[in-house]
Design a protein around this ligand. Structure first.
Ligand SMILES: [Zn+2]
Length: 74
């Protein structure tokens, strides 16, 4: 018998803000994404293995930047 385990990373879209993009310089919708990595046992995600990271994605140019957790709460 063997135990099948691994990790799964999933993204969750939290919301959208219209802001100035640092990369392309256009004012466009910026999607806020929460990325979580969980430990899986037999392909069932059980618990997170590290703190979630947050990303801001520009809908105009597609560039993504990691943002601080305080940015999400403000
Ligand atoms: Zn952009």
């Amino acid at each position: 018998m063997f135990i099948l385990f691994g990790f799964r990373t999933s993204d969750q879209r939290l919301g959208v803000r219209t802001m100035l993009c640092d990369v392309c310089g256009n004012t466009a919708a910026q999607g806020l994404v929460k990325r979580t990595t969980k430990f899986t046992l037999f392909f069932i995600p059980l618990f997170p293995v590290k703190r979630p990271t947050y990303f801001r994605e520009c809908t105009h140019c597609g560039a993504g930047r990691q943002v601080d957790e305080r940015y999400v709460l403000s």
